[in-house]
Design a protein around this ligand. Structure first.
Ligand code: 7TS
Length: 404
């Protein structure tokens, strides 16, 4: 990737512990390009107002920008209609919305849902909380050690009581890109809707919700060069029409009278109670423009090169185990070094300016699969370079010499 791309990210000029920042914690959150930062600042300087409720010019400007952002997301995901795009705080809230609205209104005692063993806690805990309340059960798709879902085992999990499949598109620990088109088709053969957690996909993969034919798909802007606190949930319109609102308040009603049940707004507003994160939506749309200008092709070419290079370099380190070697994967390296605690790896690298994450990465069932409690994880993005990988590997080699 050209230097001009790195120059678009002001934070990459930071020094950390007297070293140039090498940011390899992109699965937690990506850095933001200048144009995204500018778009948010410009919104507050020139357009700030509440949306959908004022006749004044600023309110109309803010409303236009907010609805334009929804349309940008629709185009980006190739949803059929912008009524299928709900603004949420992020992937976590998207999944909680599905659980609170669809789940609470449609799941019954004795029902079953299917999740995978490699889910982030965001797609596990909301279902566990609801399962206790409603008495349904959760079945789990196992994965093979190299990090690929066992689709034969998946097919055998369906019964007449299966009501939902929930699967992560890209694993935040292993980088595995799951075959969601195939997983969706299998769910639909059984008449079951599918929810895809796309938090880790948006920055790396072209998403086409109609082509993969999933029913629900959720994303977070901050994992794809956009701001924190904003994301989107896509839900097929014919399903969304049957769901009740899950939060009440302003924006989501047509009429309220004491003594009567409120009359709710149409889609998508029925699911967007209260003042939304307008500036966030503006920044989100700008991040999508940024991705589109660069193009997934160049992003993927670059990241695939980093993946192949990094994998080979890391495997040259004695006593290092890499977790996740799926055929289709993003540039994420989860690893352990025999005899060194992952936390020490994180601190050692931090002292040299390298940001990686350590721990269970909110995927404890996945850790249980491997019989470990956590890993060190370097997750790359479009601005990382081979030189950074070289330095990262040198630091790890130095550490192995010192510690073992
Ligand atoms: N789903 C997946 C697959 C994720 O990786 C994450 C966050 C979430 C959901 C939640 O997203 P949020 O934007 O709502 O917080 N993953 C990580 C991670 O790997 N390290 O920190 C956060």
């Amino acid at each position: 990737m050209k230097d001009t791309i790195r120059e678009m990210f002001p934070i990459l000029r930071e020094k950390i512990n007297n070293h140039p920042l090498i940011y390899m914690d992109n699965a937690a959150t990506t850095q933001k390009p200048q144009q995204v930062i500018e778009s948010i600042s410009s919104f507050y300087k020139h357009q700030n107002a509440n949306v959908h409720r004022g006749v004044h010019v600023l309110s109309q400007r803010a409303t236009d920008l907010f609805e334009k952002a929804r349309e940008e997301i629709r185009v980006f995901l190739n949803a059929a209609s912008s009524e299928e795009i709900l603004f949420v705080r992020g992937a976590t809230e998207g999944i909680n919305l599905v659980a609170a609205s669809f789940g609470r209104s449609q799941l019954k005692p004795g029902d079953e849902i299917i999740l995978s063993e490699m889910e982030h806690h965001a797609n596990v805990v909301p279902w566990q909380m609801l399962a206790r309340e409603l008495n349904f059960s959760i079945k789990v798709i196992p994965f093979h050690d190299r990090g690929e879902l066992d689709l034969e085992a998946y097919k055998k999990l369906f019964t007449s009581r299966t009501r939902l499949v929930g699967v992560v598109h890209v694993s935040n620990v292993l980088g595995t890109v799951n075959p969601i088109k195939e997983i969706s088709a299998i769910a639909h053969d059984h008449g079951v809707p599918i929810l895809v957690d796309g938090a880790q996909a948006l920055a790396h993969e072209k998403i086409d919700v109609q082509a993969v034919d999933c029913d629900m798909y959720t994303i977070s802007a901050h994992k794809a060069y956009g701001p924190t606190g904003i994301g989107a949930l896509y839900v097929k319109e014919n399903l969304l029409e049957t769901w009740p609102p899950y939060q009440g308040g302003g924006e989501m009603i047509e009429q309220v009278e004491f003594g009567k049940y409120p009359l709710f707004s149409g889609l998508p507003y029925r699911f967007e109670a209260g003042t939304p994160n307008v500036a966030g939506a503006v920044g989100f749309a700008e991040a999508l423009r940024f991705i589109r200008e660069i193009g997934y092709k160049s992003i993927q070419n670059h990241e695939k090169e980093l993946l192949a290079y990094g994998r080979e370099r890391l495997l040259s380190i004695p006593k290092l185990t890499l977790y996740g070697d799926a055929k289709e994967k993003t540039a994420i390296f989860s690893f352990l070094i025999d005899g060194i605690h992952p936390l020490d790896i994180g601190s050692f690298l931090d002292a040299r300016g390298i940001a990686v994450r350590t721990g269970h990465h909110c995927a404890q069932p996945l850790m249980t699969h491997y019989g470990i409690s956590g890993t060190a994880r370097a997750s790359l993005a479009l601005y990382n370079t081979k030189d950074e990988i070289d330095y990262f590997v040198e630091c790890l080699k130095e550490m192995v010499k010192l510690f073992i």
